[in-house]
Each structure stands twice: as C-alpha cells, then as structure tokens.
Design a protein around this ligand. Structure first.
Ligand code: S3P
Length: 168
C-alpha cells in the first residue's frame, strides 16, 4: 500500500513525505520530481516553454507510474487532484491524505513559495485564494484530512499519518 499526500501548493507535502520516508520503510516518490527529471527542466521552465497542458500531460504519466509502485510515500503536485483519473489511480493502490490548511497559512508562506511555482508567481493574492477555494471539493476527495497549522513540525505530521496508515 502507498501513502499519497495531496494538497494545495505550500501545504508541506514535500517536507512531510520526506519525514515519512525517513521514519519508515516507505520509499519517497514526488510527482513533480518525476516530471522535472524526465524532462530535464524545472516546473517554471516547463510552464514557460510548453505551457500548463504539457505539464499536466507529463504529470498524468508520472501519477500512473507512481500509482503502480508499492510501499511508496507519494508527494503529489498541488494540481494532481484536478484530474479525477489521477485520484482514481492513486486510490487503487494507496490511502490518500489531504493536507488541509486555512488559507491564512498559505498566505504566510507565499513569498518563499513563489520562487518555484509558476501559478503563484503571477497571480494576485485574490486569484490565489480563489484557486485555493475552487479546488477544495477536489481536495475533499480523500481518505483522510490532516489539518495543517503553523508551528507543527513535518515529523509530527509524519507520525500522525504513519499511525493512521498502519491502522493503529
Ligand atoms: C501546482 C503545484 C506544484 C506544481 C506546479 C502546479 C498546482 O506542486 O506541480 O507548479 O497546480 O497546484 P506543489 O504543490 O508541490 O507546489
């Protein structure tokens, strides 16, 4: 079984998946990393050169590959949930945990988060909040919600998620 982390940009998917992999036998997989290493470009470069659709197609392939693994902790890109097929594939082999903060948490993390994320770079704060709200029903399509607040360590979330995944 896999552990799948979904959530908006800057919710901590990467850090928490790393903490889970460090503390367990789960192998670390990150769909953004799969796409960027396959294409040899950063996410920013892919969006600039080829556009979002090209990125989403590559992301769908990465999701398929990730879902075919076993005992992996899969950090997904924030937009993976927009395609129902992605979630269906990930759910067949994994338990989906949605990292769920209030928007105020994202707002506080925005400046550093902007560097690597094309969808945060150009949008106004209102547009980012709208995207966050629009995506909520898709993030709700999960097996377990993990409330994200400021001040908790990735390790503490990892412990919580591993406990739930093991059924204890
Ligand atoms: C995106 C999130 C990013 C990355 C791309 C698009 C999104 O991943 O896949 O910039 O649409 O929410 P992170 O959630 O890891 O930042």
């Amino acid at each position: 079984m896999n552990i799948v982390l979904t959530g908006f940009m800057a919710t901590g998917k990467t850090e928490i998946s790393r903490a889970i992999a460090e503390m367990s036998q789960y192998k670390l997989v990150d769909t953004d990393d799969m796409v960027t290493s396959k294409l040899g470009m950063s996410v920013n470069e892919i969006f600039e050169k080829y556009g979002e659709k090209y990125f989403r197609d590559a992301e769908r392939e990465a999701v398929k590959e990730a879902a075919a693994m076993n005992n992996a902790v899969i950090a997904t890109g924030g937009g993976v949930v927009m395609d129902k097929e992605n979630i269906k594939a990930l759910r067949e082999t994994g338990m989906i945990f949605n990292l769920s903060p209030d928007f105020s948490v994202i707002r506080e993390r925005l400046e550093s988060a902007k560097k690597t994320r094309p969808l945060l770079r150009k949008d106004s704060i209102d547009d980012i909040e709208k995207r966050f709200n629009d995506r909520q029903p898709m993030y709700d399509d999960c097996d377990c919600k993990i409330k994200i607040i400021n001040g908790r360590t990735p390790r503490s979330y990892a412990i919580e998620i591993l406990k739930i995944a093991s059924g204890k």
